[in-house]
Ligand binder design. Structure first.
Ligand code: HEM
Length: 399
């Protein structure tokens, strides 16, 4: 690790992590990062393989107790947070994961999701029309956030009046996913998880009594699903269902502004939208890192990584690996061969990927269609988060 500038708490690193990633990839396939006690994995082939390796897991609690794993039990005050998070499919492993994913995936088949496209297009058009009429503003607050929040809240059947609650709850919960979160961030995340769960528990009971044509009502009818699992699933869908999409929109437009020839190319040929969206997700992924627990000793390129430790899979680095992507630091909106890792791999592969793709294609397309001139008003700032990486705001002037 000597000389490598992996420094996820440093705003300069968060803004420009890619040179440090290149050094990490060149230096070694595995390196130990003392401040978090994790093994960093920077190369694509290893990230991809470890995501699919069943000797690792998002949790270890299906095979061992905290004590057996040499870990301190979580402090009592965090109980409401873990109760919600561990009831959703992302933080459980088979067989529970298999059951939960099967029950929920019915709502996310490519056919089901494709049927949402006209509605997604209409929402994107409405938001962009307002944005253009007033000559621009903050693209994140006015377009990037409301589009996926509206879509996922519609799907689940969250009443319109309650939707302003969703963004703050989600943002506060996400604070816990950063590396070594501060005590304040932990308390904020716990409070948000508890309030969010309480709200959804109430809503699910109402829907069980008076079902509507929405996903919460459909989930409330499933006997196999406990109330905690239902609540955990809905929190997960509402959070995962917008957080990353917001950041791909912001990061993606910022990438295009830094690569004006590629923006001009996309503007001239809208048929490039599907490859452009994939490329924007590769070039500056909103989810820079995912962790996995090592459930049985593994060896990665000769380094033994023992049971009970954690690996940090560097998605942002994997997506720039020259072994897989030709000229990886170049943004190429027409890139055809693009197996980026931004939606993950293996059993936890993003359930919402088809929906995210539709939302992104429709929102980038709506803005290109409706605004002949888009100008950056000021250079945007990154939020402090490294794991979930996005811009505070993106101020644009439009005509
Ligand atoms: C561009 C936007 C998105 C990105 C980059 C993204 C990325 C990811 C990634 C990397 C994972 C796997 C995490 C891991 O393996 O540890 C994941 C899981 C998941 N995502 Fe997404 N996601 C996006 C949008 C969405 C949307 C729109 C939804 C839902 C409507 C969604 C729902 C989920 C769910 C439910 C899981 C858990 C799947 C499981 O554990 O089996 N995501 N996502």
């Amino acid at each position: 690790m000597q000389g490598v500038r992996f420094d996820p708490w440093n705003p300069d690193f968060v803004a420009h992590p890619y040179d440090a990633y290149a050094e990490l990839r060149r230096a070694a396939p595995v390196s130990y990062f003392e401040p978090t006690g994790q093994w960093l994995i920077p190369r694509y082939a290893d990230v991809n393989a470890l995501l699919r390796d069943r000797r690792l897991g998002r949790s270890y609690l299906h095979v061992a107790t905290h004590e057996e794993f040499g870990r301190a039990a979580e402090p009592d005050f965090q109980e409401p947070f873990w109760r919600v998070v561990r009831a959703g499919m992302l933080d459980v492993e088979p067989p529970v994961h298999t059951r939960l994913r099967r029950l929920v995936s019915r709502a996310f088949t490519p056919r089901m999701v494709e049927s949402l496209r006209p509605r997604v297009r209409a929402i994107a058009a409405g938001l962009v029309d307002t944005f253009v009429e007033k000559g621009g503003g903050d693209l994140i607050a006015e377009v990037a956030e409301p589009l996926p929040v509206t879509v996922i809240a519609d799907m689940l059947g969250v009443p319109e009046a309650d939707r302003p609650l969703l963004r703050p709850w989600s943002a506060d919960i996400c604070g816990m996913y950063e590396l070594n979160p501060s005590p304040e961030a932990q308390h904020t995340a716990v409070r948000a998880a508890d309030e969010f769960a309480g709200y959804l528990r109430e809503l699910a009971r109402e829907r069980a009594a008076r079902p509507g044509d929405d996903l919460i009502s459909a989930l409330a009818r499933i006997d196999e699903l406990t109330e905690d699992e239902l609540v955990g699933t809905c929190v997960l869908l509402l959070n995962a269902g917008h957080e990353a999409t917001v950041n791909v929109t912001g990061n993606g437009w910022w990438s295009l502004f830094r690569n004006p020839a590629e923006l001009a190319r996309l503007r001239a040929d809208r048929s490039l939208l599907p490859t452009a969206v994939e490329e924007l997700m590769r070039w500056d992924t909103p989810l820079q890192m995912f962790e996995r627990w090592v459930l049985e000793d593994i060896e990665v390129h000769g380094t033994r990584i023992p049971r009970g430790t954690e690996v940090a899979l560097l998605f942002g680095s994997a997506n720039r690996d020259p072994e897989v992507f030709a000229d990886p630091d170049r943004l190429d909106v027409g890139r055809a061969d693009n197996p980026h890792i931004s939606f993950g791999a293996g059993i936890h592969f993003c359930l919402g990927a088809p929906l995210a793709r539709i939302e992104l294609i429709e929102s980038f397309g709506a803005l290109l269609d409706r605004a002949d001139r888009l100008e950056l008003v000021r250079e945007p700032e990154w939020k402090p988060g490294y794991v979930i990486r996005g811009l505070h705001s993106l101020d644009l002037a439009v005509s």
